[in-house]
Ligand binder design. Structure first.
Ligand code: KIV
Length: 290
């Protein structure tokens, strides 16, 4: 994809000391990957949130390794600059370090991910260390860990009590010490996220964790306002595409029903002859179908 240079793991790590915030966003297909790359995202996450926003499940648990690999390959084709990180899905890395190595190898080799993200703290530190020693960059994820939704009793903010707060600081420290090159901090009080950010030497990337993290991440469908019914306090919508999509489809439906589309400008007559060299899509692809 041209000569644009990819953002590297050492460059992301150095952002903490330079005080330059990291911008992370999710993507699940090549079209959105291209758009968020062009929009200036530093890291693109193929999140297991795809189980909810793409597949329509209530949580992320049904997502499989095959799903992640499939979406990751698609996203990789759309990226020129941003670093590509992929979620390790539920139970693809917690059975043993060997299982984690085999799962991560698939995500990197077949999915073309440049790093993998694992949810958990002290209990996965040894696994993180094994992956890092095998040359696979790891992103940690502490706080609200959606793969533990049943154990946590729902998608709840974490770290509100003194005990929880200490546990989360210990988790973050363990994963960072094991070699993770950055940490996602999800749904915790901003004071706790600040304490973790001050404590660890690697960048923190927050979602629902306040402004003191070294970067921020949002799910692209949320950022674009595709689902108006999802409005947690932490979310800022930068567009209202849900309404735009409905309006566009309603206009299309109306024009089709009134036979107003396609008009002459969208139709080809035998008298028009062959399209130019660029073909119907202005490129090498002369096929008329998607
Ligand atoms: O799955 C996901 O999209 C995530 C982000 C919200 C951090 O884990």
């Amino acid at each position: 994809m041209g000569t644009t240079k990819k953002i590297t793991v050492p460059q992301l790590l150095s952002r903490k000391h330079k005080g330059r915030k990291i911008v992370m966003v999710t993507a699940y297909d090549a079209t959105f990957a291209r758009l968020v790359d062009q929009g200036g995202a530093d890291m693109v996450l193929v999140g297991d949130s795809l189980g909810m926003v793409v597949q329509g499940h209530d949580n992320t648990l049904p997502v499989t390794l095959d799903d992640i690999v499939y979406h990751c390959r698609a996203v990789s084709r759309g990226l020129a600059r941003a670093h590509l990180c992929a979620d390790m899905p539920f139970m693809s890395y917690k059975i043993s370090a060997e299982q984690a190595l085999a799962s991560a190898a698939r995500v990197v080799q077949d999915g073309r991910a440049e790093s993998v993200k694992l949810e958990g703290g002290v209990e996965i530190a040894e696994t993180v260390s094994r992956l890092v020693r095998a040359g696979i960059p790891v992103v940690g994820h502490v706080g609200l860990t959606p793969q533990s939704v049943h154990a946590l009793g729902g998608f709840r903010m974490q770290g509100r009590t003194g005990f929880d707060r200490e546990r989360l600081i210990e988790d973050a420290r363990a994963v960072a010490d094991a070699g993770a090159f950055c940490l996602v901090l999800e749904s915790m009080p901003l004071e706790l996220a600040q304490a973790i950010t001050d404590e660890v030497s690697v960048p923190t990337i927050g979602i629902g964790a306040g402004p003191h993290c070294d970067g921020q991440v949002l799910v692209i469908y949320d950022l674009l306002g595709l689902d108006e019914s999802f409005s947690p306090r932490f979310l800022k919508r930068y567009a209202h595409l849900g309404a735009s999509v409905r309006e566009a489809v309603a206009s299309y439906a109306d024009e089709v029903r009134r036979s107003a589309f396609p008009g002459p400008e969208h139709s080809t007559s035998v008298a028009d002859g062959e399209p130019g060299d660029g073909g119907l899509y202005g490129g090498a692809n002369k096929d008329v179908s998607h």
